[in-house]
Structure formats: C-alpha cells, structure tokens
Design a protein around this ligand. Structure first.
Ligand code: GLV
Length: 326
C-alpha cells in the first residue's frame, strides 16, 4: 500500500506527478487558504507532508496526527516547524538548503542596489508623471562599490552575498555571526569578523541573513537602528520578526537611516501599514528564492526527502536526524 502524502500548497504539476509515482497524494492545486484546523484535519490520515514556510507544524497539529512521520519543507528556513515538538512526536523534519543559495544571494544584492540607488522610488516618480527636468541631486543615493558591507548571519547565503560584494563590487566586507567562520572561508569571502555593535556602527549597508528564532526576534530594533549611519541601507531577506518593522518605519521616515529593502515582514503577508507610506523602502513579497529553476529545485529536494525517507529512511537534508534511529 502506498503511503499517503498531503501537499499543503499549490506546486508545479511535475512535482505532483513525481510524488504520485511513489505516494497516494492529496494536493491543494487551487491553492486554497487552509486554517490550522483544516490543515490538521487533512493531515490526520497522512503519513507525510510537503509543506512550505507558511504551514505551521506544532504540538497541537502533531497530537491530532499520530500517523504523521515526516514533514518536508520547501524552504531553507524552518521556523514554521516546532522542531522540539516534532522530535518528541518522532516526526522527521527536513528543509531545502543549498539549492537556493546563489539565487537568494543574487536577490539580496538586487534589493540592496534598488534601495541604495533609489530605483523603485525614482521609478514611481517617473510613472506618476512628475519628472520634468534633470537636477543635480535628484534621487541621489549611496554608492555600493567600495562601500562597507555588513552581513549579520554568515551562513551559505551570507557568504554568497559577501563574495558578490567583495569580488564583484570591491566592497569591504565585515560580518557578525553566532560562530566565526574558519580562516579559509573568511579569506574566500574576504570578510572580517566584528561585533554586532561595530558592524552596525561602521557598515554603509547592512544585510540580514540570519535564521529566525525567539533569540533573533527584533535583532534590529530602535536601539540598533540608532547605531547605524544616517546614510546607511538595511536589507532584510531573512525572516519577518528579525526587524522591528514599526521601529524601522519610524527610522526611515525620520531619515535616521537612508533606505531599506525588505523581502520579509512581521506577520506577512500582512505588513505594517506605516511601511507602505514611507518612500525610502523597497518592498517585495518574499520572493528572494523565486526563479523557476530554483523553486523547482527546492520542491524537488522536498520530494526527494519524502522518497528517501519512506524508501530506506535516508532523507537528504534532515533537521532532526536522531528521529531516524527511533
Ligand atoms: C525562504 O524564505 C526559505 O526559507 O526558503
């Protein structure tokens, strides 16, 4: 008998086809928004789930779904999983690292350039028919080349951004991370380790790429924004909640920092309405990994985790592998 899998969100049809070769699949190709209760109800008779970063799997869901053995997330971030509760329930969690690293680093740079060089702000001005003449300081922003790039969170994506900055744009790269990189990796990224405070005080552009956890909640709030240069740019491609969005909106409005680029938001897809009224922020709807090849590769990895697990208990990217020994 085939194992039963729930696919919580709409996904590429070829991914559903691949799953259907191995499993009995319930999908959501109309991309209906399921409440937690609805998701739980559908998971009740399933052996595995294909989830995305918005699908919360916690103790309450797990208690109602005793058959569930694995949740394969199509995201590198997994703060939608309560890993401790999953481990306690003997449910394997997997994520989708590596395949999105370069695409996401590209996007971090795109957002940085758009914010620092005021690209979307100036486009809105032009589209609104307000451009009547050239002027010396019209949408004058900050330079990227030669500037100091500060990266908070130096995992694979952070390193990708560091390399782009150092090797492509001649930037001086500084970083802060829970643990320092080894010397060879630091040399590869041309990056120097500094304290969080030194980073905030000296960087011309700050990029956030750290994972979300209760410990990283509001890593950037009013106090941290106050340390930054008034000419600085802040980029968040990590997770909503790492920045205090209300404090950021105030700092942007009062020009305490020059600009920001945000791909993730507290409470997304809703966002703090104040962010919509400040001009010096570039806002995108959580699309940093969104190229077709990369999203396909992420979905494919989630499927391979499900196949590997049910075939011979060999998922590719387990997050709580000790569950496999239970
Ligand atoms: C996207 O945010 C991811 O975690 O993959």
């Amino acid at each position: 008998m085939k194992h039963k899998i729930l696919v919580a969100r709409a996904i590429f049809p070829e991914i559903i086809d691949k799953l259907a070769q191995h499993f009995e699949v319930e999908s959501n190709q109309n991309d209906e928004t399921w409440s937690k209760a609805e998701l739980t109800e559908r998971l009740r008779d399933k052996d595995g789930a294909f989830t995305t970063g918005g699908d919360r799997i916690d103790a309450e869901v797990l208690a109602a779904c005793p058959r569930l053995k694995i949740c394969a997330n199509m995201a590198v971030g997994y703060n939608n999983f309560d890993i401790e509760a999953m481990t306690a329930a003997g449910v394997l969690a997997t994520n989708a690292p590596d395949v999105l690293t370069e695409t996401t680093a590209d996007f971090g740079f795109a957002l940085l350039m758009a914010a620092a060089r005021r690209i979307t702000e100036s486009e809105h001005y032009l589209r609104a028919g307000k451009w009547s003449k050239w002027s010396y300081d019209m949408f004058a922003g900050s330079d990227i080349h030669g500037a100091t790039l500060g990266i908070l969170g130096m995992g694979r994506i952070g390193q990708g951004i560091a390399k782009r900055g150092a090797h492509g744009f001649g930037m001086k790269v500084i970083y802060h991370n829970r643990s320092r990189l080894d010397a060879a990796l630091e040399a590869d990224c041309k990056a120097s380790y500094v304290s969080k405070e030194a980073l905030l005080k000296t960087a011309d552009h700050v990029v956030l790429v750290l994972p979300y956890s209760p410990a990283s909640h509001h890593t950037i709030g009013a106090a941290e924004l106050a340390l930054m240069k008034p000419t600085a740019t802040l980029i968040n491609i990590a997770r909503g909640g790492i920045v205090d969005d209300a404090a950021l909106a105030v700092a942007l409005r009062e020009k305490r920092i020059a600009a920001a680029g945000l791909d993730v938001f507290e409470g997304e897809p809703k966002l703090n309405p104040d962010l919509l009224t400040v001009p010096n922020v570039v806002l995108t709807p959580h699309i940093a990994s969104a190229t077709v090849p990369t999203r396909l590769a992420m979905a494919d990895l989630a499927v391979d985790n499900l196949i590997g697990f049910f075939k011979d208990k060999r998922p590719l990217t387990p997050l709580n592998p000790h569950v496999l020994a239970l």
